[in-house]
Design a protein around this ligand. Structure first.
Ligand SMILES: Nc1ncnc2c1ncn2[C@@H]1O[C@H](COP(=O)(O)OP(=O)(O)OP(=O)(O)O)[C@@H](O)[C@H]1O
Ligand SMILES: [Mg+2]
Length: 406
């Protein structure tokens, strides 16, 4: 497993968060510092202004360095955006030797076979995560090495990303003098932070509803089954409030965060105007909540449309976990249950085994941030991007880290 001090950057549309943590084991993670700054130069997961993004990322790194008293030389980076797509692909090989014993070289062969998909022009493999193996028809084998069989199949979850989108982000971070150690798809990171092993085994949908994107990940049989990114999230809610109620964007944003509730119920005291609370701007509480509610209902519909099947009960008996900053909206869990007819809960990042400077990590906006560290700590698959790009450098970096941090 990855041990020692590691840093990660969650480059969101709303905020940029750099986290520095000392990983002693996967159940012993001391957060040394989190540097959070408002995001600039980013739109729906991609860099739109390199100079602005560079300045914001650099400030977030400096902040994390100051709090943690640690120098950040290299980082793990979260990747998201509409340019991401995913499929499950199968690979199959024969076990040719007389002893019919599966060896690690067979595993490599079958994984290579499952990865040989046609990647569209301008895209590249970001992750290829083996979900499970099938040995002579025996499904759901997790570790086939050492077992006997004649035919080995694997189902692999393949995630591709736009080369230029990822390169721009990497370029910005390198220009600050910080190396990118590896890339992780953001919903995979969030999933690490908010889901239990049992939920991942039975089947669950996770939606990280941020500012610019809603990142979806479906887990089944213990591993990732489906990923999708919807370019709609909290920003659109605020923008609708601003237009609908004739308010400046920043006032609409503050009103949403302070009063936004999707199931306002019969809160009579607040039926009246929210007058004079925001620099003289007034709005009707009922109208504000109606806008937020209809936008969220729409988003629930969009989430369902992104799922690979309509048999939700079979796909995800554990239902939906909502996280990301927008999951803070009052009443969201109840609205989800009512609208989707499935179990719904809110997911916050702070689990057991994580301690230190963690106050901020109680907020569901930081699921990806902590998740990026957990992904490394639990030694999940290195990205396909990294393996291809220069596994050797990655290898050397890992070796150095092990030598210096034990
Ligand atoms: N208490 C709250 N009530 C309602 N919305 C909130 C609250 N707190 C934060 N938000 C919303 O959450 C969004 C930011 O969430 P988050 O920090 O997860 O996004 P991000 O990671 O910066 O963006 P993305 O992941 O989409 O790139 C904003 O739209 C903000 O208005
Ligand atoms: Mg985010």
């Amino acid at each position: 497993m990855t041990k020692g001090i590691i840093s990660a950057i969650d480059v969101g549309t709303t905020k940029i968060a750099t986290i520095v943590a000392n990983v002693r084991s996967q159940d012993d993670i001391e957060v040394l510092g989190v540097g959070v700054v408002p995001s600039h130069g980013m739109h729906k997961g991609i860099v739109v202004n390199m100079d602005e993004a560079k300045e914001a990322i650099a400030t977030s790194i400096q902040e994390a360095q100051k709090i943690s008293g640690t120098r950040v030389d290299s980082v793990f980076v979260g990747v998201t955006g509409r340019h991401i797509s995913s499929i499950n692909n199968r690979g199959v090989v024969a076990i040719p030797r007389a002893d019919r014993l599966v060896r690690s070289e067979d595993l490599n062969r079958v994984l290579a076979a499952s990865r040989s998909v046609t990647v569209p022009e301008g895209k590249k493999l970001l992750h290829a995560i083996p979900r499970f193996y099938t040995l002579d028809g025996e499904e759901r084998v997790k570790r086939p090495v050492g077992m006997h069989g004649t035919r080995l199949d694997v189902e692999t979850h393949i995630i591709t990303a736009s080369v230029s989108s990822v390169q721009n982000l990497v370029k910005v971070i390198r220009s600050i003098g910080v190396q990118v150690e590896d890339l992780v798809l953001e919903p995979l990171a969030s999933g690490e932070a908010v889901l239990t092993a049992q939920e991942r085994e039975s089947g669950i949908i996770m939606a990280d509803v941020g500012g610019g994107t809603t990142d979806i990940a479906v887990f089944k049989d213990g591993d990732i089954y489906h990923t999708a990114i919807i370019p709609v999230a909290g920003y659109q809610i605020t923008s609708d409030i601003a237009i609908g109620l004739g308010l400046p964007f920043h006032v609409a944003e503050r009103m949403k965060k302070t009063y936004g509730n999707v199931t306002p119920g019969l809160d009579v005291g607040r039926e009246t105007e929210l007058t004079g609370i925001e620099n003289g701007h007034a709005a009707s509480y009922r109208e504000l909540c109606d806008i937020v509610r209809s936008r969220m209902e729409e988003l629930f519909e969009l989430i369902l449309l992104e799922l690979p099947t309509t048999d939700y009960q079979r796909l995800a008996p554990c239902g939906l976990v909502l996280t990301g900053g927008t999951a803070n909206l009052g009443g969201l869990v109840d609205l989800g249950k009512e609208h989707l007819h499935m179990p719904v809960r809110r997911g916050a990042p702070l689990g057991s085994g994580v301690y230190g400077i963690t106050d901020i990590l109680r907020d569901s906006a930081y699921s990806t941030t902590l998740g990026l560290v957990l992904w490394q700590a639990r030694n999940r698959e290195p990205s396909a991007w990294q393996q291809k790009r220069g596994g050797m450098f990655g290898g050397i970096a890992k070796l150095l880290r092990r030598l210096f941090h034990g």
